[in-house]
Design a protein around this ligand. Structure first.
Ligand SMILES: Nc1ncnc2c1ncn2[C@@H]1O[C@H](COP(=O)(O)OP(=O)(O)O)[C@@H](O)[C@H]1O
Ligand SMILES: [Mg+2]
Length: 243
């Protein structure tokens, strides 16, 4: 019995080492791609300038092709940026802080964009919420991804409710939108890296958010109905309960 549990521990340890090696390799690869990509982008910009006054059909066709390459460069750059953010997540600096404050900052950031899209933010932030252990900047990045997704799910307007509450084991944040919701395939795959239903989406928003929340000792769960909306619930342990 004891032997088998030490075997399991050994396998887990080996898997952790392999995972870290792979994550590091993937991070370096993304870095290596960045430089040649920026050389391509620069040269495309110069070419686009050369063709800025395109007159003949031949020149105009060339300009269209240059613009296509430029668009794909932007797409790759965004993908690399999101990927590096995902791969770089290591040890967080957790210290007591207010979840309400982080939520409020994220909502304030998106407020102008929400107004433009006819989206109303509704806040039910419990003023008596106890503090939790958090890394403010990193948690902010996770919530940014979630609220951004909600806005993207409500192109014709809607409501996003942000509620914080005390739970039995800690505190929770509910983000409830009245957006397009998810079909069962998307609901199954949404946390997979690079899975996206959006044109040009990186598919890294949710995996990054989940990784961050888990690094806070928390967990994330989702309920979604097509055409009705989506609820994300984030649960965090209270400091005394964090191992
Ligand atoms: N609030 C939401 N409402 C509807 N669909 C969502 C929501 N959040 C996430 N999704 C679905 O999950 C997919 C993955 O999200 P994410 O990892 O952030 O990648 P991206 O936003 O780049 O597509 C999205 O493409 C979308 O289909
Ligand atoms: Mg996203």
């Amino acid at each position: 019995m004891q032997e088998s549990s030490s075997k399991t521990e050994e396998v887990a340890q080996r898997l952790r080492i392999q995972y870290n090696e792979l994550a590091e390799l993937a991070g370096s690869l993304a870095h290596e791609i960045k430089n040649p990509l920026s050389v391509i982008r620069m040269n495309m910009e110069l070419l686009a300038e050369d063709f800025a006054d395109a007159e003949t059909p031949h020149e105009r066709r060339a300009l269209t092709k240059i613009e296509t390459v430029q668009k794909q460069c932007t797409r790759l750059e965004n993908l690399l940026r999101d990927f590096l953010k995902f791969a770089r997540l290591r040890d967080l600096e957790l210290s007591p802080g207010s979840l309400n404050d982080v939520v409020e900052r994220v909502l304030a950031f998106f407020e102008p964009q929400a107004k433009q899209s006819d989206i109303e933010f509704i806040r039910f932030l419990d003023p008596a919420l106890p503090s939790i252990k958090l890394d403010e900047q990193t948690l902010h990045a996770a919530l940014l991804n979630l609220v951004k997704n909600s806005l993207e799910a409500m192109p014709d307007g809607g409501q996003l409710l942000a509620r914080t509450r005390l739970t039995r084991n800690g505190v929770a944040l509910d983000l409830i939108d009245t957006g397009c919701g998810m079909d069962s395939k998307t609901a199954m795959r949404m946390f997979e890296a690079f899975y996206s239903t959006k044109n040009g989406g990186s598919g890294l928003g949710l995996p990054t958010a989940r990784k961050i929340i888990e690094a806070h000792g928390g967990r994330i769960s989702v309920q979604s109905d097509v055409g009705r909306g989506t609820q994300f619930t984030l649960e965090f342990p209270q400091p005394a309960r964090i191992q």
